[in-house]
Design a binder for this molecule. Structure first.
Ligand SMILES: [Zn+2]
Ligand SMILES: [Zn+2]
Length: 369
């Protein structure tokens, strides 16, 4: 999911015809300030194909099927589903679409492995991992306690997306998808998730707009908000919860902020005539939006260096960072997400050689160098 919208939602009809055999359907995300996911419909010679499916909820399902109906498509006739990333506001309804239509589901391997893990691991393992990870990041006991309780009580995870659909096929970066009559190329854009992809429709813009084709950008590139970039979650990676600085630096889990900035440059270079994102609204001027986002992250990293003139754990760093509201008013779940984002930024600074872990600190603190 992307973070909360910071600009008012534009009031648009639930279905928009974008021309050239492309439509978007607004599928609501219940009780979420983001409002809705834009599910895209692409006509192909083999039948209609969806890009993302929306949140798994009866209201969302009704909106999806009604929206497809407006486009003259019965959900039973869907030929395939291409998923930009595994988050439940994108992949939630995939199982249901496949069940009624027999459509295949395609996803990048890095996100497919997240789906496999989510399905195979018991919820208590997830709670235990989150508790250990937050403790290692310097979270106070009262923040970690509810997670430990959930782990020990064996409480079923109430999070949506508990049972996400296993994809039937992979998405190979740089290759055209097998869609008769269309040229849709997968662009791997890790950062928001490890297997996030954008889909580049390499066809002339139907209104003749300048630029190269159209880009279905998922959560990677949005007109008015920046996606959440935190450390990739992986309960199998013990280097995340091992408190020793050497272990945390040895982690193979990479550098999501670095991945994200590289991925942004990649889609900026495509110079698409129009971007069709999964939230908010379609827009033009992708290279300018990419420059804006890169500048935003550079500024944020520089700001963090100022905070790290004193050694701080990721938790204490998160407390001091600027969020969309004061730290005291940020609810429990969002604080965990904020700490993950702080850690991702620290990881970036360490990789750049601009910060380092303080030897012997436990939990590990970081300081600017
Ligand atoms: Zn997302
Ligand atoms: Zn999203």
């Amino acid at each position: 999911m992307a973070p909360q919208a910071t600009e008012p939602q534009v009031s648009e009809p639930p279905v928009i015809e974008h021309g050239g055999g492309v439509w978007s359907v607004k599928v609501p995300i219940p009780d979420n300030p983001l409002g809705f996911t834009l599910v895209h419909l692409l006509a192909t010679d083999a039948g209609p194909v969806l890009i993302d499916t929306g949140w798994d909820d009866p209201t969302s399902w009704s909106a999806l099927t009604a929206g497809l109906g407006t486009c003259g498509v019965a959900v039973e006739d869907v030929h395939g589903v291409v998923i930009t990333h595994h988050h439940p506001d994108h992949h939630g309804l995939s199982a249901k679409v496949r069940e009624v239509s027999g459509a295949w589901i395609a996803m990048h391997e890095a996100d497919a492995s997240v789906v496999r893990r989510t399905r195979s691991q018991p919820p208590e393992r997830w709670y235990g991992y989150m508790a250990a990870k937050l403790t290692a990041a310097g979270a106070p006991a009262e923040h970690v306690a509810p997670l430990l309780r959930a782990r020990d009580e064996g409480r079923p995870r109430r999070l949506p997306g508990l049972d996400p659909a296993l994809p039937d096929r992979g998405i190979t970066p740089g290759e055209l998808l097998d869609l008769p009559g269309r040229r849709l190329r997968a662009i791997w854009t890790p950062g928001h998730t490890p297997g996030h992809v954008c889909l580049h429709l390499e066809e002339e813009h139907p209104a003749g707009l300048r630029g190269f084709g159209r880009l279905f950008s998922g959560d990677h590139l949005l007109p008015g908000i920046t996606p959440h970039i935190g450390l990739y979650e992986d309960p199998d990676d013990d280097t995340v919860t091992d408190p020793s600085p050497s272990s945390r630096l040895r982690s193979t889990r990479g550098d999501p902020i670095g991945h994200y900035l590289d991925s942004l440059k990649r889609v900026g270079r495509l110079d698409p005539a129009e971007v069709l994102p999964a939230h908010q609204h379609a827009f033009t001027g992708a290279p300018a939006r990419v420059r804006e986002l890169i500048a935003h992250h550079e500024e944020r990293l520089t700001g963090l260096l100022t905070l790290l003139t004193e050694p701080l754990t990721p938790w204490r760093l998160a407390e001091r960072m600027a969020w969309n509201r004061p730290w005291d008013e940020i609810p429990h779940g969002s604080r965990s997400i904020a700490v993950s984002e702080a850690e991702a930024h620290v990881r970036r600074l360490v990789k750049l050689g601009r910060a380092e872990a303080v030897a012997g600190s436990d939990p590990v603190t970081y300081v600017a160098v």
